[in-house]
Ligand binder design. Structure first.
Ligand SMILES: *Cc1c(COP(=O)(O)O)cnc(C)c1O
Length: 459
């Protein structure tokens, strides 16, 4: 294909207005909201890159499916369609619907977690870690060392360190109820896991008799990046790549708010009928009957359709290319990013971009606020506001990195929207040195970043 333009592989049937505001209005909203972008009303945001979760645009087919949704309490046709799709996709027989990813995690770790257990992953996503730790088990991350080198590219920064995995299983064996591979690896920037790494992790797990699970929220983006970056996969249909990925696991769960192109939904799928029986008992108590979980029939229908649509290679080419394009634009504007760009967004390295702002003045939050002030763009800080801690003596312990995540909703924005984001960054880069940090003035003990209040630091 000789064309340079990223052509969105859809035309637009239904539109929503963007939230245009004046600079004075944004200034006021920032002050009133304590320089916390979670406090900005969505209709006051022009381009919303806060998250790619539940923010997809559904297709005409999915909306048609919504009308066809069967709302019967038990045995709805929508459930059987959903079950069939998930079985086809994963090769796993036992399919349990849940309202979103963390509900599957709660059920799974209520059954498999517990004191003395150690759950191993390439990286646990936040909610996964929380559910493991609530069960009083330990959540241990064994991502490869390359993941920490922000500006240095590596094709599969999401990989697990297989030597460390083997060492842990040898040492802990029976204490490890399962090993998780998160695809793509959200916590390190939406970075993919290679097929070779999945294969090797699976071999090691088999050797020690430990089941391997996929946390598969972005399985399709991961499969596309395998096709593009791993030797031997370039001519294979993405469906075959997905089939091979799932062939290595004995269980999986999905936050369908990502690659199933829906606004709500999820599932847990297992090979072990005995475990599935127990999971369904927990499901009925907390989520709902076994053929709907926490979902409406129409949601099940939309997920089933989305799981097909996401494997359309025209869609995936557009999706991943548009993220790369954003990364290229930022790089050209002199903005340092996590290299290479991930599957669902670009992460800006605020520490390198704003070296004059120390971590204790939250450089990534300062940058996120400036993007809003200047251009009405909403992003999210992944740095010391989210992960910073207080030491025993009350001293500030910064996060390992100060990042701003630009997560791109699926099928929502066009190239002109992305060009605008790049333009705002280029403008901001002209006077990056003039940007000031933020003082934290009010914070809660847990999940600080949702409720924190900040104010511009003195010059
Ligand atoms: C979003 C996400 C979850 C949690 O899913 P929710 O639908 O937000 O509850 C778990 N794992 C990964 C990798 C995710 O990206």
């Amino acid at each position: 294909m000789p064309w340079k333009t990223i052509i969105e592989p859809f035309r637009i049937k239904s539109v929503e207005p963007l939230g245009f505001t004046t600079p004075a209005e944004r200034e006021r909203l920032l002050r009133e909201g304590g320089f916390n972008l979670f406090n900005i009303p969505a209709n006051k945001v022009l381009i919303d890159l806060l998250t790619d979760s539940g923010t997809s645009a559904m297709s005409a087919e999915q909306w048609a499916g919504i009308m066809r949704g069967d709302e019967s309490y038990a045995g709805a046709t929508s459930f059987y369609r959903f079950e069939k799709k998930v079985r086809e996709l994963t090769g796993l027989r036992e399919v349990i619907p849940v309202h979103q990813g963390r509900a599957a995690e709660r059920i799974l770790f209520q059954l498999l977690g517990g004191p003395d257990k150690v759950v191993i992953a390439n990286s646990h996503f936040d909610t996964t870690r929380a559910n493991v730790e609530v069960s009083v088990a330990e959540a241990r991350d064994l991502v490869i060392g390359e993941a920490a080198r922000i500006g240095v590219p590596h094709p599969f920064k999401g990989n697990i360190d297989t030597l460390a995995l083997e060492g842990c299983l040898k040492e802990l064996g029976h204490k490890v109820p399962l090993v998780i591979m998160t695809v793509t690896n959200n916590s390190v920037g939406g970075q993919p896991v290679s097929m070779a790494n999945l294969r090797e992790a699976s071999r090691i797990c088999k050797q020690y008799g430990v089941p391997l699970f996929l946390d598969c929220a972005r399985f399709a983006e991961n499969a596309w990046l395998i096709k593009k970056r791993e030797t031997g996969f370039s001519t294979l249909p993405v469906r075959d790549i997905v089939t091979e990925m799932f062939s290595y696991c004995q269980g999986t769960w999905m936050s369908s708010k990502k690659d199933a192109l829906v606004n709500m939904g999820g599932f847990l799928a297992l090979s072990d009928p005995a475990l599935a029986k127990k999971a369904r008992e927990v499901l009925i108590i907390g989520e709902g009957f076994t053929t709907y979980g926490g979902l409406s029939g129409r949601d099940l229908e939309a997920v089933a359709i989305g799981l097909d649509e996401v494997l359309d290679e025209e869609y995936l080419a557009y999706r991943i290319r548009s993220i790369e394009y954003l990364g290229e634009g930022l790089r050209k504007a002199g903005v340092p990013i996590v290299e290479p760009p991930g599957g669902h967004g670009v992460y800006v390295d605020a520490k390198a971009f704003l070296p004059h702002i120390p971590s204790r003045l939250y450089p990534a939050q300062a940058l996120a606020c400036e993007l809003y002030r200047l251009g009405g763009i909403r992003t999210v800080e992944i740095g010391s506001l989210m992960f910073g801690k207080k030491g025993k003596d009350g001293a500030f312990i910064p996060a390992r990195a100060e990042l701003v995540r630009l997560a791109v909703p699926r099928r929502v924005y066009t190239q002109s929207h992305i060009d605008y984001v790049i333009e705002v960054f280029a403008k901001l880069a002209e006077d990056a040195r003039g940007l000031r940090g933020l003082d934290l003035i009010e914070a809660s003990e847990h999940l600080t970043h949702f409720t924190a209040k900040l104010a511009p630091a003195a010059a």
